[in-house]
Design a binder for this molecule. Structure first.
Ligand SMILES: *Cc1c(COP(=O)(O)O)cnc(C)c1O
Length: 455
């Protein structure tokens, strides 16, 4: 298996991207505009600036500028943990006996253990540049909260994190990492906000959801002077920052003289997938190249494969703008059995539009098969993957096995978004044979779709 293709391909500092790529600029049909939840009219920059940082609002609404320069300070921070390696999975290929060539872009080499730091540092930078005191946010599994805490510590900003209660209780060490970086962490729903108190009253004993935590974090931002709300996924600005993943991967493939046939990524709110595919999808949109792109989601939270493409609320409290996206309904909460992350009810508007146009595929996978793939990968490739990332591993393995059956030498790229050291409760369940799969029924989804707003 010694070969002229190295195990790892890094870029030199001179080859690092100096601008993010805004995929929307190359889309002929743009993602639908965000709507004001009260008036149902197209949301204005001014309205968004009450909630979000000014420069980030500009990025959110800009669907025409293809390249947006990465501020010098952000580029410097990126150099502490970037470039991330593009790794040839020689050992996994061998274990599978596949003629396929498998590559993965590994984003887990920083304390947040995920790609989330790519956007956190950008968002904290713009908040600081605006002269704000601090930012508020929500976190589910904890990677985003950790990434934002790190970025805020670096730029000297206050950081208030609303952490979904079940995760706060299941992952006390995540909370401690955030506190180590100086963040204030509150389990959500809390009694600190109006919306939190209302949710607690309506659902006593609830262990929370991302949608609730978002509503709390937004309320906390708009009710304190000098604070804004930041979000770690779903939004176009987050996909923009995450394009660093795809830009680096594209340059690394160019250096190798290789082109991927299939690109696979897990999809929660769509930020890592949107970032990984950005430059490749750009070529596809411009008619310069073709790639097969597969989004992988949990069967227990199947936004693309079973959701509706419709305007919906991004949060339970209905305070965020309405977005047209593949959604399971803003009240949808995945089954408590579901331990594998990617729990958000909706999906990036950009990816939703690309999917609606048939430019990418989606596949839903069950969590026991995801953890089987995680284990198989960990045992040969030496990285303990995050459950979220393992959705992509599952489909990469399935595709490699298909290549074996068909005797095809295809090149597969997948995004390995992070490590799973804080997910050992889920791994424990899997190892003890106590993990089950839950797939929502059509009736459950129909009940949730019935609450979609009319727009
Ligand atoms: C947050 C997260 C995801 C899912 O978020 P996206 O916005 O869909 O990328 C995937 N993997 C890891 C490790 C994460 O932390």
């Amino acid at each position: 298996m010694m070969n002229d293709i190295p195990y790892k391909t890094y870029l030199t500092e001179n080859e690092l991207p100096t601008a993010w790529y805004n995929l929307r600029a190359d889309m002929k049909v743009k993602p639908a505009p965000l709507l004001n939840p009260a008036t149902r009219q197209r949301v204005t920059a001014e309205e968004l600036e009450h909630v979000f940082c000014r420069e980030l609002v500009k990025q959110e609404l800009d669907d025409t500028t293809p390249f947006i320069p990465i501020p010098e300070e952000v580029q410097k921070f990126y150099r502490m943990f970037r470039p991330s390696p593009l790794i040839r999975a020689y050992f996994l290929e061998k274990a599978l006996g596949t003629p396929a060539r498998i590559y993965y872009k590994f984003e887990g080499n920083n304390t947040s253990g995920s790609h989330k730091l790519n956007s956190a540092v950008a968002q904290a930078y713009y908040a600081k540049a605006q002269g704000l005191k601090g930012v508020t946010t929500e976190t589910g599994a904890g990677q985003w909260g950790t990434a934002l805490s790190m970025a805020c510590a670096f730029f000297g900003l206050d950081c208030q994190v609303y952490m979904v209660k079940c995760s706060y209780e299941q992952k006390p060490f995540r909370r401690e990492v955030m506190r180590t970086y100086g963040a204030d962490v509150t389990p959500s729903p809390s009694m600190k906000t109006k919306v939190g108190r209302a949710i607690n009253e309506a659902h006593p004993g609830t262990t929370g959801s991302l949608g609730c935590a978002i509503s709390e974090a937004v309320e906390a931002a708009v009710s304190q002077d000098g604070y804004r709300y930041v979000l770690g996924s779903v939004l176009a600005q987050v996909l923009l920052h995450q394009s660093i993943i795809g830009l680096e991967a594209h340059t690394a493939f160019d250096k190798l003289g290789v082109k991927p046939d299939t690109i696979i990524g897990c999809a929660g709110g769509g930020s890592n997938l949107g970032g990984l595919i950005a430059p490749f999808m750009g070529e596809k949109l411009r008619g310069e190249a073709d790639y097969r792109i597969i989004a992988v989601e949990p069967a227990s939270c199947p936004s693309f494969t079973r959701g509706r493409y419709a305007y919906d609320f991004c949060d339970t409290g209905k305070v965020c703008p309405l977005q047209k996206m593949y959604t399971l309904g803003h009240d949808f909460i995945p089954s408590a059995n579901h331990a594998g992350g990617l729990r958000y009810h909706g999906m990036s508007a950009t990816l939703s539009e690309l999917y609606a146009q048939g430019l990418m595929e989606a596949r839903a996978v069950e969590q026991t098969s995801v953890f089987r793939a995680a284990e198989q990968f960990a045992r040969v490739e030496g990285i303990l993957p995050a459950p979220e990332s393992s959705h992509a591993i599952r489909v990469a393995i399935d595709e490699a096995l298909r290549c074996k059956e068909e005797g095809k030498e295809e090149t597969i790229l997948f995004g390995l978004t992070g490590t799973g050291y804080f997910d050992m409760v889920a791994y424990e369940k899997f190892n003890d044979g106590e993990m089950s799969d839950y797939i929502p029924t059509d009736e459950e989804l129909a009940a949730s779709f019935a609450k979609l707003p009319a727009c």
